[in-house]
Write a protein that binds this ligand. Structure first.
Ligand code: FPP
Ligand code: FPP
Ligand code: MG
Ligand code: MG
Length: 381
């Protein structure tokens, strides 16, 4: 990675595959209800986004060796379908996410629930998910169905984890009857205080150890949520792409493809979280430090807390105290938190490169997959 990107524009390599992608997509999601068809196809046409996931699937399709008895054209067609299914799941989750987050905009325009209504948003997300499931099953590969079902499970788990974490410290949302939160949440801070009282007579060493364990737990939680939310879909789609190429579930190629997606997804999420601190509002297109306002403790702040223990109580109350967001933001900016988080992202990006180089022979598509790791690390928006 230190040498720079081997392929200047990895997206250009699969451009020709992605052009008919959108037209095809419209046919795939056509329904009897014009509003539903319109809403469901909206994000495949004019505002199609970066198409990160299908790009990676198509590049893997070219880079991985074909071990299937069927011809490579037939295999490639199935892999293309997998790319479409993946993007459909992604778009469905974004449409639902904007309802859950009460977000007005998506991809530089109105969110679906703003363009139409909540009902249309819920239904068109469901509809896309249902279409994706039918297309997935039609691929006729049991292991692929299983792996992609796990991706859905992970996406939803990530969302539930996030709602729980926020519900814990957010007074306003705990008053909201629609919010999902654990009944134990209110009591937890009391239990923590009781535990802290017991700590009074304990050795410094034991306290330090407990704090280190708590930091490790927070980091674990953060990484798990990032896996569910960001890495799982691309990681499971990458594995599925290898399976469709005829590689067995326990093969080195399937494992390496999965590893590639896993590490790339994590690197991407960590960089995303660094940018939330590194950029100002204008550069970001949304308020900087937004994650803090949402109560999210991401990698930069978790690293910063190691040198700045005064951040720990803020993290614990999810930045809900007066002035918490500003104080946390300033502290992180003046700390090594962002640098350390970038290093962690670099570690994951390198692991992704190692994984793909282990199984894919030298090719343009492999270079493009390596370049994507590089781009993820060096992007600044
Ligand atoms: C929208 O996806 C954002 C999310 C699903 C949350 C976090 C995702 C990322 C930081 C990017 C995922 C990275 C990889 C390597 C797959 P998006 O940024 O892909 O949105 P788009 O489809 O509108 O471009
Ligand atoms: C974006 O995150 C959202 C996700 C990564 C996934 C959302 C998943 C669900 C709503 C579960 C339902 C899933 C399906 C398949 C229907 P974000 O809100 O942090 O990012 P943003 O800034 O792009 O909104
Ligand atoms: Mg959102
Ligand atoms: Mg969300």
């Amino acid at each position: 990675l230190a040498k720079g990107p081997p392929c200047p524009d990895p997206f250009a390599l699969v451009k020709s595959e992605l052009i008919p992608f959108s037209d095809n997509m419209k046919l795939l999601v056509a329904s009897e209800n014009p509003i539903l068809s319109q809403a469901a196809s909206h994000f495949f046409e004019k505002r199609h986004g970066k198409r990160f996931r299908p790009t990676i699937v198509m590049l893997l399709a070219q880079a991985l060796p074909n071990a299937h008895k069927d011809s490579s054209e037939v295999v490639f067609e199935r892999q293309t379908r997998l790319g479409q299914v993946t993007e459909m799941i992604h778009v469905a989750s974004l449409i639902h996410d904007d309802v859950l987050d009460d977000a007005d905009t998506r991809r530089g325009g109105d969110a679906i629930h703003k363009m139409y209504s909540n009902k249309v948003a819920v239904l068109s997300g469901d509809y896309l998910l249902a279409r994706a499931s039918v297309l997935l099953a039609k691929l006729g590969h049991m292991d692929v169905v299983q792996v992609m079902a796990r991706a859905l499970d992970s996406l939803v788990s990530g969302e539930i984890m996030q709602i729980k974490a926020n519900g814990a410290a957010d007074k306003k949302s705990s008053e909201d009857k629609n919010e999902i939160s654990e009944p134990m949440n209110g009591k937890r801070s009391f239990l923590d205080r009781a535990k802290a009282a017991l700590n009074v007579g304990r050795s410094q060493e034991a306290l330090q150890r407990e704090l280190a364990e708590r930091d490790a737990r927070e980091m674990e939680l953060y990484l798990r949520k990032s896996y569910y939310k960001t890495a799982s879909l691309i990681c499971d789609a990458s594995r599925s792409c290898a399976l469709l190429a005829g590689h067995a579930s326990d093969s080195e190629v399937a494992a390496a493809a999965e590893e590639y997606g896993y590490h790339l997804g994590l690197a991407f999420q960590i960089v995303d979280d660094v940018l939330d601190f590194a950029m100002d509002d204008d550069q970001l297109g949304k308020p900087a430090g937004a994650d803090l306002s949402l109560g999210l403790a991401t990698a930069p702040i978790l690293f910063a807390a190691q040198d700045h223990p005064e951040l720990r109580p803020l993290i614990e109350r999810r930045f809900k105290g007066d002035g918490d967001v500003t104080m946390a933001y300033e502290t992180v900016r003046a700390s090594t938190g962002m640098d350390l988080a970038r290093k962690l992202a670099g570690f994951h990006a390198q692991r992704a490169v190692d994984a793909i180089c282990r199984v894919a022979p030298d090719s343009e598509a492999r270079d493009a997959l390596i370049s994507i790791c590089y781009i993820v690390l060096s992007r600044n928006k």
